[in-house]
Design a protein around this ligand. Structure first.
Ligand code: S3P
Length: 435
């Protein structure tokens, strides 16, 4: 992959309507459940990102026929719970932690062996959080000292377990539920804090008996998934960059139509409102069993906050852009209880702290968060660390910096947000690719 640098400059006030791509979490899950369902499923609003395409490619490699009738649409010919076929080649999850962890659960109960691999960033991410509880279910997965590749041994008989998650993680919960489809008896998951419940909702929509409530989920093996059509909402995590951008650029007013507003995803909305943001949810409605709405965001002066820890899991992917909002806000923002940020696509506490310091912002890193003194953002050159959300967050910072912000190596933006640069420029960013 060639390196791609960006330069983001102070632009105009942001205006217009920005339709962000489909939800990454929902797109991954829709592909996986449709693949092992009986019958053909149609997915609309599918995220055409590298992460979700990698999952589609893995499923094709496992013998699932997936058609692309149009951009953002997939037609999946389900093979049934026991219809996947093994591949002698490694299964490449690219940059996608969600893809690898959920597939680990799905593949743990198959009759065949599999090898899950990822790119340089994914190869540094912890996998014991899934392989340990899967081993308790009877799975046999070898790691490289807890890191990928994952060598999944087939032909194991799985047993349901009751598992209390040590960290709030929808990926771990989902991996165990997927393994639980193949297990004898009941699999029950208890979370320290409720996380996104897309797997639970979608299993129910595909006809698998499951009981769930915030923080708990329980299912038994031995049923059948029936094909279903899935409408994927726009990804709140992609909308987040525009919520922060319009909040901090004077004179801005942006509309973001049909954004997924699952309460386990919208912590940033509450955090920004606590900081003084002006964001209105218009036309709240349901689509495909998920709450969605149109977001209207206008510029407002932001002030620092002591971020309530309870919001952390509900905004776990939005911290990089919250750091930018905090750097512009008046006063001090304190973030605690967010140590999970250190094991995302990069160590997001360290990468944001280093980048913001380069741009002249006073920021103190703590083991589980940061203390950010808001004020002015200066010009400079920062690293993305192969992390899509770090790259896009610094593109937002450039809008209000005293000069150009150069962001090195932004090629991973396409993992979750293909077309970000063009969409951003259409509403007022001044973002360019540079050599
Ligand atoms: C995801 C869960 C979160 C999130 C990731 C997507 C999912 O990870 O950060 O981007 O789709 O389940 P964790 O479950 O590891 O917190």
């Amino acid at each position: 992959m060639n390196r791609l640098d960006w330069s983001s400059q102070p632009g105009k006030a942001l205006h217009g309507s920005v339709r962000v791509p489909g939800d990454k979490s929902v797109s991954h899950r829709a592909l996986m459940l449709a693949a092992i369902a009986e019958g053909d499923s149609r997915i609309r609003g599918f995220l055409e990102g590298e992460d979700t395409r990698a999952t589609a490619a893995v499923l094709s490699q496992l013998g699932v026929h997936i058609e692309t009738p149009s951009v953002g649409e997939r037609y999946v010919h389900g093979v049934g719970l026991h219809g996947l076929r093994g591949s002698s080649q490694p299964l490449d999850c690219g940059n996608a932690g969600t893809g690898m962890r959920l597939l680990a659960g799905l593949l743990a109960g198959q009759a065949f062996d599999s090898m899950l691999v990822g790119d340089a960033s994914l190869s540094k991410r912890p996998m014991r959080r899934v392989t340990d509880p899967l081993a308790q279910m009877g799975a046999h997965i070898d790691t490289q000292d807890g890191l990928p590749p994952l060598d999944v041994r087939g032909g194991q008989s799985l047993q349901g377990i009751r598992y209390e998650l040590p960290v709030a993680s929808a990926q771990v919960k989902s991996a165990l539920l997927l393994a639980g489809l193949y297990a004898v008896g009941e699999t029950e998951i208890i979370e320290p804090h409720p996380t996104r419940d897309y797997t639970e909702r979608m299993l129910a929509a595909f006809g698998w008996p499951i009981t769930f409530a915030p923080g708990r989920a329980r299912l038994a093996g031995g049923h059948t998934l029936r094909a279903a059509d899935v409408d994927v909402p726009a990804d709140f995590s992609s909308a987040a960059f525009f919520l922060v951008a319009a909040s901090i650029v004077p004179g801005s007013e942006l509309r973001l139509p049909a954004v997924g507003l699952n309460p386990r995803r919208t912590g940033l909305l509450q955090a920004l409102r606590l900081m003084g943001a002006d964001i209105v949810v218009e036309h709240p409605r349901e689509s495909g069993g998920e709450p969605v709405g149109d977001l209207l965001v206008r510029h407002a002066p932001l002030h620092g906050v002591d971020l309530p820890e309870v919001l952390v899991p509900d905004m776990i992917d939005e911290f990089p852009c919250l750091f930018i909002a905090a750097a512009v806000a008046s006063g001090r923002t304190v973030i605690r209880g967010a140590a999970e940020l250190r094991v995302k696509e990069s160590d997001r506490i360290a990468t944001m702290a280093t980048g913001l310091r380069t741009l002249g912002v006073a920021i103190e890193e703590t083991p589980d968060g940061a203390i950010i003194q808001g004020g002015r953002i200066g010009a400079g050159s920062v690293e993305s660390h192969l992390d899509h959300r770090i790259a896009m967050s610094f593109a937002v910072a450039g809008l209000v910096a005293s000069g150009p912000v150069r962001i090195n190596d932004c090629r991973h933006v396409a993992t979750s947000f293909p077309g970000f640069l063009e969409l951003a420029n259409r509403c007022g960013f001044a973002l360019q690719s540079v050599d």
